[in-house]
Write a protein that binds this ligand. Structure first.
Ligand code: PLP
Length: 444
């Protein structure tokens, strides 16, 4: 927008690096939202990070509320994690053979999620959801997948339709390059609408392999499931012989010691058929996982006919980072994240209210995001249509004012804010002091 284009360029070194990057990388980035497309201006090139702070190439420090889009629950460069990585690296980077650390990490995941009893480690959340979908199809002998508009499950062909995250940020309906045949195997329904799910199952229930959900969606902004929604999905899927895949790539081991399932399914007494995890399970290095009951998981190769493999799957350095992160993530870590998220959300809301900016903060555990606009403020945001109907234009000026005030927010309104246990009171104070100017910018 004009407003962002006329901002003083406070980042000459980043600007220079971005020019070079664009001549070498499409858009200068390796993941779209990093390019600041929806907020304008120069993406900050980061060179180091510690605790709650990141430092850019111009030497400016920011309080980080992106946290690598989720993994860094302990903050950046946590000493125990860095040490575990250094020790693992010194023993060798990759063997292409079983290693003790893979079992250690799998056992840690299973200890936290007793609803699963086998884990397959992969390298990215995308691989995890792709494999879970293949496994569901292999196990049921059916083709169709049900997903929800605004839910993002990585860049799997069949899961890009009406996805959140960068797909939403760039206002894309899906992606070029996905065949019509693939798209036809995905049924996209409005989120939080159990009646729509009932209707689709009544019609095509015997062709549906799986329903895939974000355990609590955070890629269209934070849109938590209505009470009973996830349990209802589990019930409907089961009644029709379909599987429920609960994607906890983002929520897993971030919103609580046992992920979203620990806050909801385990309390209500039900479990999905398959879980996917990512982000936190790698502690900042590439690890993700599929988990579920043995009878289902053992349909994976080498025991079963559903193929999955990876040169770097269960990489020893990456699994060391994940294990060290999970082992350090005790009750105090979760309590601090909850507290930080609560304080921040309240402060953001107060600052916006003081400037008369209609908004709503939505929360799911320690995840939260801001929705701008009268409708959002009045009735809340239960689905993707409502998320898209917000005053999207208020985010860019808000984002840039926060950046100028030393706070690194997600450069998209369709993302959650991520906190860590390293966000101490000094970091919080810096965010609070940046808020009034940002709220004024959002009001303009
Ligand atoms: N599933 C969810 C819920 C996610 O939030 C993401 C990433 O943001 C993914 C899957 C994909 O994970 P990755 O980016 O590691 O491929």
């Amino acid at each position: 927008t004009e407003k962002t284009a006329t901002l003083p360029d406070a980042a000459p070194r980043s600007a220079e690096l971005f020019t070079r990057a664009r001549a070498a990388l499409p858009g200068g980035v390796n993941s779209p939202v990093r390019g600041y497309g929806s907020v304008g201006g120069t993406p900050r090139f980061l060179v180091s990070a510690r605790g709650p702070y990141v430092t850019d190439a111009d030497g400016r420090e920011y309080v980080d509320l992106v946290c690598s889009w989720g993994p860094m629950i302990l903050g950046h460069a946590h000493p125990a994690v860095v040490e575990a990585v250094q020790q693992a690296a010194a023993r060798g980077l990759s063997f292409g053979a079983p290693t003790p650390g893979e079992t250690d990490l799998a056992e840690e995941i299973l200890r936290r999620v007793p609803a699963a009893d086998r884990v397959r480690l992969v390298s990215t959340g995308t691989e995890a959801t792709m494999t879970a979908v293949r496994l569901a199809r292999g196990a049921t002998g059916r083709d169709l997948i049900v997903k929800f508009a605004g839910c993002y499950h990585g860049h799997v062909d069949s899961l890009l339709a009406q996805a959140g995250s960068g797909v939403a940020t760039l206002a894309l309906p899906g992606s070029a390059g996905v065949t019509a045949a693939t798209a036809a195997e995905t049924i996209v329904l409005p989120y939080n609408d159990l009646a729509a799910v009932e209707a689709v199952f009544a019609e095509r229930g015997d062709q549906i392999a799986a329903v895939i959900i974000e355990a609590s969606p955070a890629n269209m902004g934070v849109v938590p499931p209505l009470p009973g929604f996830n349990a209802g999905l589990s019930r409907i899927a089961r009644a029709h012989g379909a599987l429920l895949i609960q994607d906890e790539v983002l929520t897993g081991f971030r919103v609580g010691p046992s992920g979203w399932w620990g806050l909801e399914g385990s309390v209500e007494g039900w479990a999905p058929d398959l879980f996917t995890f990512g982000k936190v399970v790698g502690g900042g290095l590439p690890v993700a996982a599929i988990a579920g009951p043995a009878a289902l998981m053992e349909r994976l190769a080498p025991l079963g006919p559903v193929y999955q493999a990876g040169t770097l799957s269960g990489n020893p350095v990456a699994t060391a980072a994940g294990l060290a992160t999970l082992r350090a993530a005790d009750a105090g870590v979760y309590a601090r994240m909850d507290d930080v998220a609560l304080q921040l959300g309240e402060a953001v809301s107060a600052a916006l209210a003081a400037e008369g900016v209609a908004h709503r903060i939505q929360r799911a555990g320690n995840l939260f995001s801001v929705f701008f606009g009268d409708d959002a403020a009045r009735v809340g945001v239960p689905d993707f249509a409502a998320a898209q109907a917000q005053d999207v234009f208020r985010h860019a000026p808000f984002f840039h004012a926060m950046l100028a005030g030393g706070v690194n927010l997600p450069p998209s309104v369709f993302e959650a804010w991520f906190v860590s246990a390293a966000h101490d009171d000094a970091a919080l104070d810096r965010v609070l002091s940046a808020l009034p100017a940002a709220a004024r910018a959002a009001a303009a």
